[in-house]
Design a protein around this ligand. Sequence first.
Ligand SMILES: [Zn+2]
Ligand SMILES: [Zn+2]
Length: 257
Amino acid sequence: MAFVDHDLHIHSYLSPCAGEERYAQTLDRILFYAEDNGLGTVCVTDHFWDESVPGSSGMYEEQTYAHISSALPLPQSRNVRFLFGCEAEMDRYNTIAIAPEHYDRFDFIVIPTNHLHMSGFTCRGDEDAAERVRLWCERLDYVLEQDFPFEIIGIAHLTDTGIMAGKGYWDVLNRIPDEEYIRLFRKAADRGAGIELNFAWLNLPEDEMEVHLRPYRIAKEEGCRFYLGSDAHTPGKFGACYNASVMDTVGLPLYGW
Ligand SMILES: [Zn+2]
Ligand SMILES: [Zn+2]
């Protein structure tokens, strides 16, 4: 059984999308979660749009560096390495919301290539499954073609349900051929980008589980490295996320980060 010792995708109260509940997600509470679950490394990755990158809109107008860096200095403890990161958004024009001169402000940068639930911002909103397949592949490919410091780049929640409403995400992922996954994950492995393990696996029926596992298995075969990210926005989400047996289910090796 693999040992779960980190969580590199966590939101604090500085991310607005969890409503009132988010106010309980203080930095001290995240540190407590890490201590309580024996995690050696955690990273706070609030939603981010760098103010020097044009194109911010809606909630992102508030998600500046000044805003998310108000988390600093992070609380520390003897047992936990608490890192500072961000989830840098990617809009429908493939604008990635972090300026190169600011990469070094962060220990870790999560990029969500598949946030396709924000109609008018990250996508038009009326795309059918076939078009979302193309977007899933092209947006990931685009990120991997950039001149990023890939040793600190994580590709977020690739099988997230936000790809398409309802069970549409299932249809989208099923349509991606093995050959395309192989091409993309070979490139991710070559660049050294981290692939995030994150999906709601509890109580999933076997056929739906397979929709999630197929890309991660291929990523493993192509030599990708992985990290765990709960994407928890509230303390309540942590309880559902932490369970070491997920690694038995996924059967993937984890590399130190
Ligand atoms: Zn996300
Ligand atoms: Zn997130």
